[in-house]
Design a protein around this ligand. Structure first.
Ligand code: ZN
Length: 132
């Protein structure tokens, strides 16, 4: 893995959270995007090399709705940048980690993504991402 690509934060109200993070980070989101297959609308902030992804649910069945019901708003995942996502998936499987995605799928911000099971990483949902 290369570096932390972004930190994902689950929010109830994306417009309100955008205003909050604009105030915190001093920049506006550089992108907003809905990924209908995932039931999320996202916005991305960048300062220096660091990115924050805010995620809000688009429907009650969305994984983000379920996360907020269970744990409230807050940090949802850590995303690591990888050069070869298929190879990383295979490597992690060999190490005994469970992947929520056997093969990469399209994610927000022009990425291919795959998630690891949070129970295998001390309760943290880990995302692998690679530029499409
Ligand atoms: Zn993410």
């Amino acid at each position: 893995m290369k570096r932390i690509e972004h930190i994902g934060i689950a929010v109830k109200d994306l417009e309100a959270a955008n205003k909050t993070y604009e105030a915190v980070m001093g920049v506006e989101p550089y992108k907003m995007e809905t990924v209908e297959s995932e039931g999320v609308t996202t916005s991305f902030f960048k300062v220096g090399e660091s990115k924050i992804e805010l995620l809000a649910a688009t429907n009650p069945e969305s994984p983000i709705s379920k996360f907020i019901e269970k744990r409230g708003e807050g940090i949802h995942h850590l995303a690591f940048y990888v050069d070869d996502i298929e190879a990383e998936i295979e490597r992690l499987k060999k190490e005994g980690f469970r992947l929520l995605n056997e093969s990469p799928k399209p994610g927000a911000d022009n990425k291919l993504v795959a998630f690891m099971h949070p129970k295998d990483a001390n309760g943290v949902l880990v995302e692998l991402c690679q530029e499409k």
